[in-house]
Design a protein around this ligand. Structure first.
Ligand SMILES: [Zn+2]
Length: 266
């Protein structure tokens, strides 16, 4: 297999380790087997990250921050003290993240050993929120911008900004697996069914998610391709969805704003 940018015989896929922390946050480690480098995507709290490192035997070299909220950065000081790892954070809100070493923005490249991410600015939830896309492995870490069958609350930006951010993630390859910041999928599905009660892909996903949760398993990663068929927040430019919220013919961002407002009240 030839993989762009890598010697075929040397390509070793990235490994991930997903775990839960705080009330409903996901933690995830990204490991490069070739170099041994390991990144924590955000750092909700130190102890579960430390436990994940102990379990995998991986050594923490980097923390990739998506946004400044405390439930994504609270573990940084302790992890930095223990591991002297590099902290990479969005330039636009780096002053609100502890102990930042590297400030990054749209189009920048970040290396974790031999793995390389492209930075995608995805503002809306916070003004400087970023996502990390690893093209060789088709992995994306999207923080609180995109959730499975949902999206983050629009706190610091506006609906038009958030819609633009979501479409940037929607444009990633369909087989991209993405990791988000929270396990909200079941509640998101209950809401999504109020927008698209006849969406068959969504109904199938609902069954799959129920089985995963019953088995005590996480509902992510999900793929961008599946979300495009099932997530109403990525479907604001689908005529049937616009019609369902009484906004046929309106710009997609206005349809998105209405869906987001309904979710806030749900
Ligand atoms: Zn957040």
């Amino acid at each position: 297999m030839i993989v762009a940018g890598k010697g075929a015989e040397h390509f070793m896929p990235a490994q991930t380790y997903l775990f839960s922390c705080l009330a409903d946050n996901f933690g995830v480690l990204l490991h490069d087997p070739q170099s041994g480098a390991t990144a924590s995507i955000d750092a909700p709290e130190a102890a579960p990250v430390a436990a994940a490192l102990a379990k995998t035997g991986w050594r923490l070299t980097d923390i990739l921050v998506t946004h400044h909220h405390a439930d994504h950065t609270g573990g940084i000081p302790e992890l930095k003290r223990q591991h002297r790892c590099r902290v990479v954070a969005p330039r636009a809100e780096a002053q609100r993240v502890p102990l930042v070493d590297e400030r990054i923005g749209e189009g920048d490249r970040v290396r974790i050993g031999s793995l390389e991410a492209r930075v995608i600015e995805t503002p809306g939830h916070t003004a400087g929120h970023i996502s990390y896309f690893f093209p060789a492995d088709k992995l994306a870490f999207v923080g609180d911008t995109l959730f499975s069958i949902g999206c983050g609350r629009v706190i610091e930006g506006d609906a038009e900004m958030m819609w633009r951010s979501l479409t940037k993630l929607r444009n990633l390859p369909d087989d991209t697996r993405f990791y988000c910041g929270h396990e909200y999928t079941a509640a998101n599905i209950r809401f999504a069914k109020t927008i698209e009660p006849n969406n068959k892909a969504l109904a199938a996903r609902a069954e799959q998610v129920a089985q995963l949760l019953t088995a005590g398993k996480p509902t992510i990663p999900a793929t961008i391709g599946a979300e495009k068929a099932e997530n109403p927040f990525l479907r604001a430019d689908v005529p049937e969805v616009a019609e369902a919220v009484g906004l046929a013919g309106s710009p997609a961002w206005k349809v998105f704003a209405e869906i987001r407002a309904r979710k806030n009240r749900f």
